[in-house]
Ligand binder design. Structure first.
Ligand code: G4P
Ligand code: NA
Ligand code: NA
Length: 194
């Protein structure tokens, strides 16, 4: 997606060869017009899938996922990250390890909001090692619902998440695919730019 690539080039800050900071439009301050375009594009890519619900993980997945849900006319459900859980009876819980943050968190969704047979689109802001995406997929499947695809705003193609998700049989659509990061240059991977 050209608009997103331009935004990454103009405003992204390469922290090191593994981490791209995009807090001016996605992870802290949010650009609503860009989120609208992102939502429109995900909705276009998944429009024939009869999606019942959009699922993301708080907090940075919410903005792009909400716009996607708006264009798909489906509810948005966001999984919560919790530190210490006491009552888990009415929750789906999956433990997700973050390589970037080197910490584990429990990701939860209320059983109330996922039903067997529902078709769910998973959205996230970044794809690195795929831990968050796999965690959300396990929750959907635990509910007897179906993951129809995953929409990723920024995929770091040099990390192994995309490959692992593909191998597991998930359809992954990434709007920006980063082949490599260096202080001098952000290199994008080949993709079908609409
Ligand atoms: P994974 O799920 O694909 O395995 O990724 P990982 O655990 O490494 O990611 C942990 C957190 O770091 C996630 O945010 C993810 O979005 C973010 N992240 C990963 N790589 C990058 C990067 O290059 N740049 C930025 N800006 N973020 C990255 P989170 O902990 O869920 O936080 P939040 O932003 O949703 O609150
Ligand atoms: Na994030
Ligand atoms: Na995220």
């Amino acid at each position: 997606m050209k608009e997103l690539q331009d935004k990454i080039i103009n405003e992204g800050i390469v922290l090191n060869e593994e981490v791209l900071k995009v807090d001016s439009f996605l992870n802290h301050q949010v650009d609503p017009m860009l989120m609208m375009s992102i939502g429109q594009e995900f909705a276009r890519r998944f429009e024939n899938q009869a999606i019942d619900k959009v699922l993301t993980l708080e907090s940075s997945g919410i903005a792009p996922a909400l716009m996607t849900a708006l264009y798909l006319k489906a509810p948005l459900l966001f999984a919560r990250k919790q530190k210490s859980l006491t009552l888990t009876d009415n929750l789906y819980v999956e433990t997700v390890y973050s390589f970037t943050k080197q910490q584990t968190s429990d990701v939860t969704v209320s059983r109330k909001f996922l039903s067997p047979g529902e078709k769910v689109l998973i959205i996230d802001d970044f794809l690195a090692h795929g831990e968050a995406a796999f965690g959300m997929a396990r929750i959907v499947e635990a509910a007897g619902a179906e993951v129809v695809g995953m929409g990723i705003v920024i995929e770091k193609s040099f990390q192994d998440g995309y490959r692992k998700l593909q191998e597991a049989g998930y359809r992954v659509e990434s709007l920006a695919r980063i082949a490599s990061l260096s202080i001098e240059r952000i290199e994008f991977a080949e993709q079908n730019i609409p």
